[in-house]
Write a protein of this length. Structure first.
Length: 444
């Protein structure tokens, strides 16, 4: 590294020679996405796991620098553990802000530390234990509906949208999916708009003169979401004011409202903080677990041997349980690339081989903590990790106990990056009720 040159210049650091590449790259994304059509056809025909070049073709192809991809796991560890607090979350584009507000996922510094404590209290230990019955209840409702189905073909992404929405509504906000349905619909629409526009650039100020249809829609949705959250907050406050509840409660909404009404002004949070946190958790609490459940059942539907192994477990018992960088550079850790890296996982990386994990994640990753990052790493590890894994284990266990399932012939394999990885045409499976009546009687 030449010491006197501007470290950001291309002479100083040949790796940064394409620092102005950003515009080209961002424009290139839609083109790259179109170019993958042929690959998609191959993917659909073979139900291949090689989804990385199709779902994130830009990351697969790019070698650009203003957005620096860090996939060397030693560096990933350094960035995510962030011991010297060098790396901060970037500012998210406007539509993502509308979706998540300045909530725990995006906020920084002192505010992040305070909000993290509140969320930690709501999603760990005793609070988490109290949520288990609501998780079980929601899955029971799903299974009851499946029992009465005439045709046994179900579309999992939709089915799991209902239960994951119900679970987060009940456990974090004390309301129900029916009550929050409007909210989830609007969040879904805003997610679609956000992912459609995430790489589109608009000149500053143009938005004030002329708005695109997506901009008009996202502003409308932001306002409507705000109104629904305000109503949920108002209802909880009313319950306390009328004596129906002794205090604001111990769920996430309760913790937030306690902090909003904290007698100590220095500890108080604002109504906008409450609002943003509610949006973050409505979104993060549902979207994520929905994807994990859908794709897990997809994998078990095409790997019947593993479905049987998994069923064996749950019918016995359910266990719960050297670069100089410009200061404003955005680091991107391409999880999908790391999870598909042959150097880490071997040449059979694209094969579905859960047995890789039979002796634990540490063994599977050769003690490389940054090789497997489904929930992130370091201080910003997913705060909902236990919540999500409990919910997913409960739902999958209860389904395996009652049904065997196969992939419907009409299934079209088109995973797409819409913040999380969505099945573009859903995941249709055919349910086959299990015959052991005594087991079913015990379970119901
Ligand atoms: C299988 C389901 C889930 C997966 C795979 C997942 C994944 C992740 C990952 C990778 C991060 C780290 C992001 C980063 O480093 O920038 C994260 C953060 C976060 N997750 Fe999750 N998540 C899941 C479920 C949930 C649930 C159920 C909730 C809420 C109940 C939740 C709330 C959050 C929040 C608020 C953060 C930001 C934490 C912070 O910055 O302090 N997640 N999640």
């Amino acid at each position: 590294m030449p010491s006197e040159a501007d470290p950001c210049s291309s002479e100083a650091n040949p790796c940064l020679s394409e620092v102005n590449y950003r515009l080209c790259c961002t424009k290139e994304i839609p083109k790259l996405k179109k170019d993958v059509t042929m690959k998609m056809i191959k993917l659909i025909m073979n139900v291949s796991h090689e989804i990385f070049p199709i779902v994130e073709p830009h990351i697969h192809k790019w070698n650009e620098i203003s957005l620096l991809l860090i996939s060397d796991t030693e560096l990933v560890k350094e960035v995510l553990n962030n011991r010297d607090k060098t790396y901060v979350k970037p500012d998210f584009p406007g539509d993502i802000k509308k979706l998540l507000g300045d909530g725990l996922f995006s906020t920084k510094g002192e505010k992040w530390a305070r909000q993290r404590r509140l969320a930690h209290l709501a999603f760990h230990g005793e609070s988490l234990k109290c949520m288990i019955p609501a998780m079980v209840d929601s899955v029971h409702m799903l299974l009851k509906r499946w029992q009465n189905l005439e045709a046994r073909v179900v579309e999992l992404f939709e089915e799991f949208t209902a239960i994951t929405s119900d679970v987060i509504s009940r456990t974090a906000f004390g309301s129900s999916y029916i009550e929050g349905r409007n909210m989830f619909q609007m969040l879904g629409e805003l997610t679609t708009i956000a992912s459609r526009n995430i790489f589109k650039l608009r000149l500053p100020g143009v938005r004030n003169i002329w708005k695109t249809i997506d901009e008009i829609d996202s502003e409308r949705l932001e306002k409507a979401i705000r109104d629904v959250v305000l109503e949920i907050i108002r209802k909880r406050e009313e319950k306390v004011n009328t004596g129906e509840m002794n205090d604001y409660g111990n769920d996430l909404l309760g913790s937030l409202l306690k902090a909003y009404h904290d007698p100590d002004e220095s500890k108080r949070i604002t109504i906008d903080d409450v609002m943003d946190e509610c949006k973050t958790f409505y979104f993060a609490g549902q979207e994520t677990t929905n994807s994990v459940l859908t794709w897990t059942l997809f994998l078990l539907a095409i790997h019947k041997d593993w479905q049987q192994e998994a069923r064996k477990e749950v019918t016995d018992q359910v266990t719960l349980g050297n670069l100089v960088l410009p200061a404003d550079i955005v680091l991107d850790i391409p999880t999908l690339a790391i999870h598909h890296d042959r150097r880490i996982w071997g040449n059979d990386v694209h094969l579905f081989k859960p047995e890789r994990f039979s002796e634990g994640i540490a063994k599977a990753t050769n003690n490389n903590a940054a090789a497997f990052l489904p929930f992130g790493l370091g201080p910003r590890t997913c705060v909902g990790i236990n919540f999500a894994t409990n919910e997913a284990k409960i739902a999958i266990a209860m389904i395996l106990q009652r049904y065997s399932f196969t992939l419907s012939p009409g299934y079209i394999h088109l995973p797409a990056h819409i913040l999380t990885i969505h099945p573009q045409h859903g995941v249709k499976v055919i349910l086959h009720p299990l015959q052991c009546e005594h087991v079913r009687a015990q379970l119901d």
